[in-house]
Design a protein around this ligand. Structure first.
Ligand code: ADP
Ligand code: MG
Length: 613
């Protein structure tokens, strides 16, 4: 069976000059549709189980591979889907309305999905807050709990389980034979693949892809990362639930065994082996592991001469090897064999421009920090710092390394909370507010230590900046109903990429840019949010002379349009020729403030900069 998947991917005919993803997908679909017509029943059954597992693994690709949240507990959600329909469709003594639901497995599916969503939201709100290894441990805990719940509930048949689950009917046709059921299973899998892929390629999808390793950045761009985590957690649970429902009506019998922790680990294993960052990885992983398990279960007892679950040991060893040798799983290796090139995204120049907020009038007070203090234990990183920036003004914040400039940026932008003091942004107090809320008010920033998503293109990275300028959510994205808005967002992102001079790298992976260019990318991303205040933390570091000139020009233009800019920079030629005023910090405190020419002559500043040399 896994050879089928490989053939599908390796499809290109020799001599074909250019094989697009559409051709490979087409061939895969043809093979998929033809399989039950030509294969013996044993293999069709195997394909059914691969499909069920792929559906669960797909959820894990989203949750773990893309979102970075490891769950060992997905099998419990499969159980929830299976037991809900089993109980509703077999129980004789249900009250009227439940009996009505139980009269149709399709209604029972909806009931299962609703129940699963509720359980996932409750479990998610407890466990998703946990960080590091506590989250996986949390998922194990509820994985085990639900398993024992299934086994110990009298009305769920205890460890003996529930039997007599009715066959599914579709348009009056009973799906009893494996080769008929096959089409239903794979329709679900394809639907899952289609919607997940669509979701990942959308505004919400970019936010989800930022969860792994880009949370601070995403929040600063206006993304609600807690919500995004919950969204993928619920989606993964729903996919598992649907697989459970399919399983129950395929087996026509359920007991707790297939919903235990060790099966939960197996699902995770499928996602990892297949390539957890890629939706197709779920399919490859489910195929490889299901076939391998089947084969090992046949062969190992013969080798060892006694019965036992020896495959578990082999899986354990395999997991270690994969994690050490092929972190990204098998899919990237397969994808290399297939000469498929995703065409770069088309930017629709005729898409309607995004709405722009009116810029505040020149000279209006934009940002005022008053007596901001931030202590880290005994260290006072910011002490009584005050500064202000007006519309159309560029203010430089300078000072030796460790003076507290980046810390100050974090206090201003909501990445951190001051110990005391006040920050007014456009007259509103914002100290200690969430950075996404401040972003929504029109402040945008770059980071001294570049924070971008290296595997995403320059264009997609910049588009994250426009998050708050779109509104289409998960469902429209999954069904491609967000394309008008998406075209507008992409057009805006492309404009900003061009504006900062990175046009030739539009479709390049951001991680492959030089560090200086990555900083410039961050400026484009910040501009994409339509801000009235830009905070730039060492934007010119790593830039060549010409690039610095271009940056100076860009910032002058922004200033003339009424943008307020606060900039931390070490290159004094760059700073002094560009900015209107300078604030100098040392040891967390302001030691001078004034015009560039005043600052250059200030004895305290000369002492701070030259005294230490
Ligand atoms: P600058 O940007 O001016 O070079 P920073 O603001 O990065 O300086 O750092 C100022 C001081 O605060 C440094 O001594 C740094 O070690 C300390 N600091 C910054 N962030 C933290 C933190 N999260 N926890 C503890 N100390 C910190
Ligand atoms: Mg710094």
């Amino acid at each position: 069976m896994n050879s089928r998947i490989e053939t599908a991917s390796r499809a290109p005919a020799p001599g074909a000059s250019r094989v697009g993803p559409k051709h490979v997908l087409g061939l895969f679909l043809v093979l998929l549709a033809a399989a039950p017509l030509v294969l013996p029943d044993f293999y069709v059954t195997l394909l059914n189980y691969i499909g069920l597992s792929a559906l669960v693994a797909l959820g894990l690709v989203l949750l773990t591979g893309v979102g970075g949240l490891t769950s060992f507990g997905q099998a419990a959600f499969v159980g929830l889907g299976a037991y809900t329909t089993a109980w509703l469709t077999t129980s004789q003594e249900l009250p009227g309305w439940l009996a009505a639901i139980g009269s149709s497995p399709w209604l029972a599916l909806i009931a299962g999905l609703v129940l699963t969503a509720l359980v996932a939201i409750i479990l998610g709100s407890v466990t998703l807050k946990l960080s590091g290894h506590f989250l996986p441990l949390g998922t194990m805990a509820w994985g085990i709990s639900l398993y024992f719940l299934f086994g110990n509930m009298e009305f769920l048949g205890g460890h003996g389980g529930l039997s007599g689950i009715p066959a599914l009917k579709l348009f009056g046709f009973e799906l009893i034979e494996n080769r008929h059921y096959y089409y239903l299973v794979w329709a679900f899998v394809l639907l899952g693949l289609f919607t997940t892929r669509n979701l990942l390629d959308s505004r919400e999808g970019r936010a989800i892809r930022a969860l792994k390793g880009g949370m601070v950045m995403a929040e600063a761009m206006g993304v609600d990362t807690s919500r995004a985590r919950m969204v993928i957690f619920v989606i993964a649970a729903l996919q598992a639930c649907a697989a459970g429902w399919l399983y129950a009506h395929l087996q026509r019998f359920v007991n707790p065994t297939p919903f235990g922790l060790h099966i939960g680990i197996e699902y995770l294993f499928m996602a990892v082996v297949g390539g957890a960052g890629q939706v197709w990885g779920a399919l490859v992983g489910a195929g490889v592991i299901t076939v391998l398990k089947q084969w090992l279960q046949d062969i190992l007892p013969k080798v060892f001469g006694s019965a036992g679950n020896f495959e578990v040991i082999v899986f354990g060893v395999m997991m270690v090897i994969v994690l050490q040798r092929a972190r990204d799983g098998l899919w990237p290796l397969l994808a290399k064999i297939v000469p498929v090139r995703e065409a770069p995204r088309v930017i629709d120049a005729s898409a309607q421009p995004l709405d722009k907020k009116p810029q505040p009038p020149m000279g209006e007070m934009i940002l005022e920090a008053k007596n901001v203090t931030r202590k880290f234990g005994g260290l006072v990183a910011n002490n009584n710092m005050s500064l202000s920036v007006k519309a159309g003004e560029i203010l430089a914040l300078i000072g030796p390394n460790g003076a507290g400039k980046s810390t100050m940026f974090n206090q201003l932008s909501g990445v951190d909370t001051p110990t005391s003091g006040e920050v007014l942004f456009r007259g509103k107090p914002v100290a200690g507010h969430q950075s996404r809320e401040i972003a929504g008010l029109g402040m945008s920033r770059t980071f001294q230590h570049v924070r971008l998503l290296p595997k995403m293109t320059v264009l997609e990275n910049v588009a994250i900046g426009a998050h708050l300028r779109g509104s289409k959510g998960v469902l429209p994205a999954a069904w491609r109903l967000d394309r008008v808005e998406e075209a507008r967002l992409m057009r805006e992102a492309a404009i900003q990429v061009e504006r900062v001079g990175l046009g030739e790298f539009m479709h390049t992976e951001a991680g492959s840019l030089a560090l200086g260019q990555q900083r410039i990318l961050e400026i484009a991303r910040a501009l994409c949010s339509d801000p009235c205040l830009l905070l730039l933390d060492e934007p010119a570091a790593g830039l060549r002379f010409k690039e610095k000139q271009a940056l100076t020009e860009l910032l002058r233009r922004l200033k003339s349009e009424g943008m307020a800019v606060l900039i931390v920079e070490h290159d004094m030629d760059f700073v002094m020729s560009l900015v209107d005023r300078v604030v100098v910090m040392e040891f967390g405190e302001k030691i001078a403030e004034g015009l560039p020419e005043e600052i250059q002559k200030d004895p305290a500043v000369l002492e701070a900069y030259l005294g230490g040399v």
